[in-house]
Design a protein around this ligand. Structure first.
Ligand code: MN
Length: 237
């Protein structure tokens, strides 16, 4: 069975050509009974299923078409769309996977992550994450009217932009000890993640870490074929 991996599409209603690129990708690359894994940040912002299902109706129907054709769709939460919920899954036929999900492809155990939890040097971000991932924060946020949620999201984006501008680039990359630790914890020698927008295949001492890129001008995807060969490919948008 073919497995395809993408992440960090950051789809936004204001950038319809990205949505078209996903449509083209689905049409060209997906085969019935194949599996598509989206490892987080499918959407630039997801402020609750009630708002998102309307704002992204075309993406929802595209994903639903895929699952109806027999493609298995797995979605991981990213730092932009961590509020993707049950109504999204029901509308698309997607299955959520955990923040640290181990899958087996033929006989290889592969760890899948969005990747933000590996950026342990970014203390501000990790503190922010802890706050917004708590159940009570999410319940309170989702109970707010749409206009207020938009305001809060905009405020967070501004703050994060200001903080990012003053941070050394290394701080926003993964911490190599955090990578080694999580791979050891799950007993894997292959890790696939996104988030850092630094597409690359890192191979070191029998360990492989494949970093998927974002969708800016082009995107990178991992195509793991039936015969156990995999290819890291680039496609223009
Ligand atoms: Mn991310």
């Amino acid at each position: 069975m073919r497995h395809l991996f993408i992440s960090d599409l950051h789809l936004d209603p204001g950038r319809p050509h990205h949505i078209q690129a996903l449509r083209d990708f689905c049409a060209c690359k997906l085969q019935p009974e194949g599996r598509l894994y989206i490892l987080g940040d499918l959407f630039e912002a997801w402020l609750g299923d009630d708002m998102g299902l309307v704002a992204y109706a075309d993406v929802i129907s595209l994903l639903k078409q895929q699952t109806e054709q027999g493609i298995e769709l797995f979605i991981q939460h990213g730092n932009r769309d961590f509020l993707l919920g049950k109504a999204f899954a029901e509308a698309t036929g997607a299955t959520f996977i955990a923040e640290e999900e181990v899958i087996e492809i033929n006989h290889t155990r592969v760890l899948l992550m969005h990747g933000d939890s590996l950026c342990t040097d970014d203390i501000d971000y990790q503190a922010f994450k802890q706050q917004v991932r708590s159940k009570s924060w999410q319940q309170d946020f989702l109970a707010l009217p749409a206009a207020e949620r938009l305001q809060i999201a905009q405020h967070f984006r501004q703050q994060s932009g200001l903080m990012t501008a003053n941070k050394h680039a290394d701080i926003m990359d993964v911490n190599t000890s955090a990578v080694a630790e999580v791979m050891q914890k799950h007993q894997v020698s292959t890790l696939i993640h996104g988030h850092t927008h630094r597409p690359m295949v890192h191979q070191d001492q029998g360990q492989t870490r494949i970093v998927l890129g974002d969708w800016q001008g082009h995107f990178d995807y991992l195509d793991w074929a039936e015969n156990d060969t995999w290819h890291f490919l680039r496609q223009p948008i």
